[in-house]
Design a protein around this ligand. Structure first.
Ligand SMILES: Nc1ncnc2c1ncn2[C@@H]1O[C@H](COP(=O)(O)OP(=O)(O)OP(=O)(O)O)[C@@H](O)[C@H]1O
Length: 309
């Protein structure tokens, strides 16, 4: 659906994206994750046509974005990180404004507004002034504004920052509904449990480079932890020194390798040759948060408490 081919972007001397390659499959919810300043928003802005001076190629349905900007933009709904609404107007008037920007009018616009209000769960608040809304309601309305023209690609840049639990739940439901309609969603977030729950494909970006990508299952499987526990002192620390990614713990050792299964296989072969019988063998699913930390070395920013209203 979307192919990003060797995309590079600099702001003055600062290189925001070094050489990004990604494939975002049609109908997927793609999680774009990375530490602050990694380049996520820049990539999203390129995908929606807000940033145009970049190198490399973006293809949407095989068509180069640069040469079809207007046609492709009509098929994309973009929800930026910062809420963009007119606070002195009602929810309805904000929707009217954005709908007209997308070229909608008359009965078609009214019909889409009702559908969108239902999707974002604000049917009963259409006549309320936005300035009286909670942060979460504003986020939902902001998302609604980007859905009026019924885009088939939806780009959501950290849509749950500062959102109360009720609105977070409404946003999750909305994303599930959009997935059910075969929409392609690009979703950036610092909340790994959300990404794990919502996204079926994922790309980790760090310092302007993609450091890992694949389906959620592929990535979680690849970063599984493997551990072999052995009785007593049969395996000495000295013997394990040669194995990168092996940590000795108590009676056994834990393998923390990018390819634990391959390493495990090598070790198992060696044990078999030496007639050592492992006491216990464990493979455990990694958590996305641990993978994030391992790949980027960055602590996650906790913005969950920021600005909750
Ligand atoms: N308009 C701009 N002018 C100059 N530098 C910029 C601009 N926008 C972004 N940058 C820089 O480009 C790099 C990537 O920024 P970007 O906003 O894309 O990262 P991000 O991953 O979205 O970060 P965050 O999670 O904090 O939103 C950063 O070093 C940032 O300071």
């Amino acid at each position: 659906m979307i192919q990003i081919q060797d995309v590079r972007k600099t702001y003055g001397k600062r290189q925001a994206l070094e050489s990004v390659r990604l494939d975002i499959p049609r109908g997927s919810c793609f999680g774009l994750v990375g530490p602050n300043g990694a380049g996520k928003s820049t990539l999203m802005k390129i995908l929606v046509g807000v940033v145009e001076d970049y190198e490399g190629e973006v293809l949407v349905h095989g068509a180069p974005f640069k040469h079809n900007v207007l046609a492709i933009k009509r098929r994309i709904g973009y929800v930026p990180q910062d809420i963009c609404l007119e606070e002195t107007l009602t929810a309805r008037d904000n929707l009217l404004f954005f709908g007209r920007l997308y070229g909608l009018k008359g009965a078609k616009l009214r019909q889409r507004m009702q559908q969108v209000l239902a999707l974002i769960g604000l049917e009963d608040r259409e006549k309320t002034l936005v300035k009286t809304f909670s942060g979460g309601m504003k986020r939902r309305l902001n998302i609604g504004c980007a859905l009026l023209h019924d885009p088939d690609i939806i780009v959501l840049d950290e849509p749950t920052v500062g959102v109360d639990p009720q609105s977070r739940r409404a946003i999750f439901k909305l994303i599930h509904d959009l997935k059910a309609q075969d929409k392609t969603i690009l979703y950036s977030s610092h909340y790994m449990e959300e990404v794990e729950q919502l996204c079926d494909t994922i790309g980790f970006i760090d310092q302007g480079n993609v450091v890992e990508c694949g389906t959620m299952q592929e990535v979680l499987t690849k970063h599984r932890h493997a551990a072999i526990y052995l009785e007593g002192q049969q395996v000495t620390r000295e013997r394990l020194n040669g194995y990168e990614g092996v940590t000795v713990r108590d009676k056994g050792f834990v393998i923390e390798s990018a390819e634990p299964l391959r390493l495990l296989e090598r070790l198992a072969n060696q044990f078999a040759a030496e007639a050592i019988v492992p006491e216990r063998l464990e493979l455990s699913q990694a958590k996305l948060e641990d993978i994030f930390f391992k790949l980027t070395g960055s602590p996650l920013r906790d913005t969950r408490q920021e600005g909750i209203q």
